[in-house]
Write a protein that binds this ligand. Structure first.
Ligand code: ADP
Ligand code: GN1
Ligand code: MG
Length: 383
């Protein structure tokens, strides 16, 4: 492992101590040097921890505490992650004989098993740090978009033969958009924090689009759109991108791998990778659906997924982008109304700000949906 610079200890001494204590309970190599918090996810508590090896070089690991408010059964999450990482490593290394890339691996606890408990209710795991890579909250160019979509398509291919009955539904009805809408209505009816009056415009925007929420569910019921084992959280910062080449190296954040739709995965990429604005951008004029990014996503996704997805799925690629953006928009709105109990919020009205970018992106997608569908149609005819 090549030497990496010692990261500044950006967390409090007490947290450094916690990270050192947790890290040392895993089968990691070397002496603990320091821990750094990584803030790009909205759910878990994630740290990189550096260790000095006997030869003086540094090795980094990821230590992550599972959010128990979100994942009611963290042990089921861990069993899923163990199954998924084992399956992928087995296929990538033995079947595809691809030894060049980095894959996600759990480091076992010294006492056995794949996790460590901190005595405070926390369930921790340890992953290898995917080196030489970064995650982007906003894509910088079409190559990144192409690469990310191709990587998630390959991921779907890799997990396609996982035994679905051995995978737990870690969050029931995670992408059941109609139930997500119902939940918004319930929370709005009780309005526990008295915030509804100030978000009427956003609430009405969502209500006007109620009919969209059942469309893919109807496709499943009609047998046109198949349930598969999918990632279910394909936002752009859940894939590690090579910092030098922009190649997508490794899909991460495996907590929601469970039965789902290929379209949920593709749709969340459209949501998170077509706009040049941050998810919590305040200037909504910056929110755009950039056609070149959409085209790169479709091309990359079809390059890895066209062998297994069907015509009904392809037909709904653009729609899925709109639906996933609406779904996340309504989830942020619900959380704002509930008092920010689900997504990590770092400032007042953070979830409302996030909701507004999502609903703006829905409107932008609507105004370009024909163009988006036209591109899908054109690329399909050319293949
Ligand atoms: P969350 O569920 O909170 O989104 P993630 O598993 O996505 O948590 O991790 C949060 C961030 O931590 C990622 O966006 C990425 O930047 C970083 N990260 C996670 N796993 C790794 C890894 N194995 N190697 C390097 N960075 C990682
Ligand atoms: C969360 O965990 P993270 O930050 O990658 C959320 C996704 C949302 C996303 C919105 C388990 O993703 O469903 O789409 O935030 N993950 C979970 O940014 O709820
Ligand atoms: Mg994440």
């Amino acid at each position: 492992m090549s030497a990496v610079p010692i990261p500044a200890p950006t967390i409090e001494p007490q947290a450094q101590h916690l990270i050192a204590t947790i890290g040392n309970q895993f089968a990691v190599q070397g002496q603990f040097v320091s821990g750094e918090e990584i803030n790009s996810g909205h759910i878990n508590s994630t740290y990189s921890a550096s260790y000095r090896l006997a030869d003086g070089t540094l090795r980094r690991y990821i230590l992550q505490s599972i959010n128990r408010n979100v994942f009611k059964d963290p042990y089921a999450v861990m069993r899923n992650v163990e199954s998924v990482t084992r399956h992928i490593n087995d296929k990538v290394l033995r079947v595809k004989k691809d030894l060049g890339g980095q894959t996600l691996n759990l480091y076992p606890a010294r006492s056995g098993g794949a996790w460590v408990e901190d005595g405070d209710g926390g369930v921790w795991r340890c992953y290898n740090f995917i080196e030489g890579c970064v995650t982007y909250d906003v894509v910088k160019n079409t190559r990144q978009a192409y690469q990310a979509a191709r990587a998630f398509g390959s991921f779907q291919d890799l997990v396609s033969d996982l035994d679905a009955t051995a995978i737990c539904e870690t969050i029931p009805d995670f992408h059941h958009t109609r139930k997500r809408f119902q939940r918004l209505l319930e929370v709005a009816a009780t309005d526990p924090c008295g915030r509804l009056a100030s978000v009427r415009a956003e609430f009405d925007f969502v209500c006007q689009r109620e009919d969209l929420t059942g469309r893919l569910l109807d496709g499943i019921a009609a047998g046109a759109i198949p349930l598969r084992v999918t990632h279910n959280d394909t936002k752009i910062n859940n894939v590690m991108i090579d910092a030098a080449t922009d190649e997508a190296v490794c899909v991460i954040d495996l907590d929601t791998v469970m039965p789902g739709l290929a379209l949920y995965d593709f749709g969340d990429l459209v949501r998170s990778a077509t706009s040049p604005a941050a998810e919590d951008e305040l200037d909504l004029t910056k929110v755009q659906m950039q056609m070149p990014m959409f085209e790169a996503l479709v091309t990359g996704y079809l390059d890895s997924a066209s062998a297994f997805i069907n015509a009904a799925e392809i037909e709904h690629l653009a729609f899925a982008g709109k639906l996933m953006t609406l779904e996340v928009g309504m989830r942020f709105l619900t959380d704002h109304l509930e008092g920010d109990v689900y997504f990590k919020a770092h400032r007042p009205n953070h979830n409302l700000d996030r909701c507004r970018t999502q609903l703006t992106l829905v409107a932008r997608i609507e105004s370009r949906e024909d163009e988006m569908n036209g591109f899908v149609h054109q690329i399909r005819q050319g293949r």
